[in-house]
Design a protein around this ligand. Structure first.
Ligand SMILES: C[S@@+](CC[C@H](N)C(=O)[O-])C[C@H]1O[C@@H](n2cnc3c(N)ncnc32)[C@H](O)[C@@H]1O
Length: 276
């Protein structure tokens, strides 16, 4: 799995050097452009959102996790796979001066870009940390709210990722994550394509499996806030299946969905241990 992580880092390293417009034909989603794929089919508009900083928006999200995250003034928020800092700066507007926001990302140039954005905005309570979501470099039980936007599908070991999110949350803390999940089975050719993996499609899990992993990590009150089918353009699909199968593929139950969901770490940690 290190190889797939290297591919992801290389790809997002390149994307970090580009603007949202330059990235439009580039990444997590659908419109093919050479060997890479377009995120814009997934992204939501941030235009009217407090704290939105267009320079930090590389158009890489697939939802609006801060919309349902119930972030309160003074909270400690952790953004997993923070990219150029887009959701961190929205979260920063919600936590205010007394709160704290950290973003972690394993792509060095993304972290540098996010730090430069924070410096330019003059924020002293927003940090960006280089680190892997499978081993979050944060202590046990210190985070009020974890957020993430279109990242977990890229993480090979999702069981480890959700157990790490559980570990860093305070008792009674929660996460709000926007991500990509599947209904039905994707053609094998999609799955085999590492570029599609890095483009947030073939690394995505079936919805039921995704929810199962979250519940098995110990989370409770799992609540899907938004669920939207992503329509892939024909030219992308046709890269992977013959034209004769196109209609069947488009009308079958198989699909790619953007999901935004909330879940809670129980008070008392729900594990029968001391939780100290
Ligand atoms: C699709 S982009 C989303 C960026 C950001 N959340 C946004 O909405 O703009 C995915 C980001 O997750 C990071 N990433 C992917 N896998 C990761 C992992 N295992 N640990 C930390 N960061 C990861 C990538 O480096 C990239 O910046």
């Amino acid at each position: 799995m290190e190889n797939i992580k290297d591919i992801i880092k290389e790809k997002y390293g390149l994307i970090a050097g580009q603007t949202k417009e330059e990235n439009a034909p580039s990444c997590c989603g659908a419109v093919s452009c050479g060997s890479i794929v377009d995120y814009s089919v997934f992204s939501e508009s941030y235009d009217d959102i407090e704290g939105y900083n267009p320079d930090s928006d590389l158009g890489l999200g697939c939802g609006l996790p801060t919309q349902y995250a119930a972030i309160q003034p003074g909270n400690t928020v952790l953004d997993l796979g923070s990219g150029a800092g887009n959701d961190c700066f929205v979260a920063r507007a919600l936590v205010g001066e007394q709160g704290y926001v950290a973003g972690i990302d394993f792509t060095e140039t993304m972290v540098e870009k996010a730090r430069a954005n924070a410096r330019r905005l003059g924020y002293t309570n927003v940090d960006f940390i280089l680190g892997d979501i499978e081993n979050i470099p944060v202590k046990f039980g210190v985070v009020d709210v974890a957020i993430s936007n279109c990242v977990l599908n890229l993480v090979p070991d999702k069981v480890k990722a959700f157990s790490e999110i559980y570990r860093v949350l305070k008792q009674g803390g929660h996460f709000c994550i926007s991500d990509v999940v599947l209904e039905g089975e994707l053609p094998q050719a999609f799955k085999d394509d590492a570029v599609l993996y890095a483009g947030c499609i073939s690394g995505a899990l079936p919805r039921e499996q995704y929810l199962q992993i979250i519940m098995e990590a110990g989370f409770i009150n799992v609540d899907v806030k938004k669920y939207k089918k992503i329509e892939l353009p024909d030219d992308l699909i046709l890269k992977y299946i013959p034209e004769s199968d196109l209609e069947k593929f488009k009308t079958c139950e198989t699909g790619i969905f953007s999901i935004t969901l909330v879940a809670y770490k129980p008070e008392g940690c729900g594990c029968g241990c001391s939780c100290s």
